[in-house]
Design a protein around this ligand. Structure first.
Ligand code: FES
Length: 204
C-alpha cells in the first residue's frame, strides 16, 4: 500500500468564450452609406430611365398646353357699344353732363328751351390725336389738355390743331323711356347732327 497522498484534481478549464453574435440585418442596413440609399430601391440604370421619362412627360405636357392655347382663341369681349343712360328728363336744359365720361367716354348735352330743349351725345375723344378733352364750364368750351385744341359746346373745333369737330353718337328713345346710346355709330359731319338718331327732341 502506498503512503503517497493523492494528487489534487486538475483545475477546471474556463468555459470557452461565447462566440460573438453576428450583427442583425437591420443594423447592417443602417450602416449603409446614406448617399447610396436610392440603390436600395432602384438600380442606377432604373433611376436614370425614370428621370428620362419624367423629363419627357413634362415636356409633352408643356407642349400640349401650348398647342391648346394656340388653337383655343383668346377672346376678349368689349362692353357693348349700346347702353342706356336713363330718361331725357335726367338731364337739365343748358347743361353738359359728365356723369358718363369716365365709364363710357361721352358727354350728354341738353339744349336750353330756347335752343329747342333737345339732347345729343358727344364722344369725348379729341379729333387731333385722340386725347380726352375736359369740359370747362366757366369758359363754355371743351379743351384738350394734350395740344390745346378747343371745341365749342356743340362740338365745333375753333382753336388748336384739331382738324374737325368732336363726333356725335347715335341715340334714340327706347321703349322703356330711356335714352339708348350707340357709341359704335357716330356722326362726324355737322350736317348729320340734326338727324333723328343724332338729336333727340325732348317734349316736356
Ligand atoms: S390730342 Fe387733342 S389737341 Fe392734340
Amino acid at each position: 500500500m502506498s503512503d503517497q497522498a493523492p494528487s489534487p484534481p486538475p483545475p477546471a478549464s474556463p468555459p470557452p468564450a461565447a462566440a460573438p453574435k453576428a450583427p442583425l440585418k437591420s443594423i447592417q442596413q443602417r450602416e449603409v452609406d446614406e448617399s447610396k440609399v436610392w440603390s436600395l430601391w432602384f438600380t442606377r440604370r432604373e433611376f436614370l430611365t425614370l428621370a428620362a421619362w419624367g423629363a419627357f412627360l413634362a415636356w409633352l405636357g408643356g407642349s400640349l398646353l401650348a398647342a391648346l392655347r394656340f388653337f383655343i382663341p383668346q377672346i376678349t369681349y368689349d362692353p357693348s357699344t349700346l347702353f342706356k343712360i336713363g330718361p331725357p328728363e335726367d338731364y337739365l336744359p343748358g347743361t353738359v353732363d359728365e356723369r358718363w365720361k369716365k365709364k363710357r367716354r361721352i358727354w350728354v348735352v341738353r339744349d336750353t328751351s330756347a335752343e329747342g330743349g333737345g339732347l345729343y351725345v358727344i364722344f369725348a375723344r379729341c379729333t387731333h390725336l385722340g386725347c380726352t378733352p375736359n369740359w370747362l364750364e366757366g369758359q363754355n368750351k371743351f379743351k384738350c389738355p394734350c395740344h390745346g385744341s378747343g371745341f365749342r359746346r356743340v362740338g365745333i373745333n375753333f382753336e388748336g390743331p384739331a382738324p374737325r369737330p368732336l363726333e356725335r353718337c347715335q341715340l334714340r328713345l327706347a321703349e322703356d323711356g330711356q335714352v339708348l346710346v350707340d357709341v359704335g355709330n357716330r356722326y362726324k359731319n355737322p350736317k348729320d347732327w340734326k338727324k333723328p338718331d343724332a338729336y333727340l327732341k325732348v317734349t316736356v
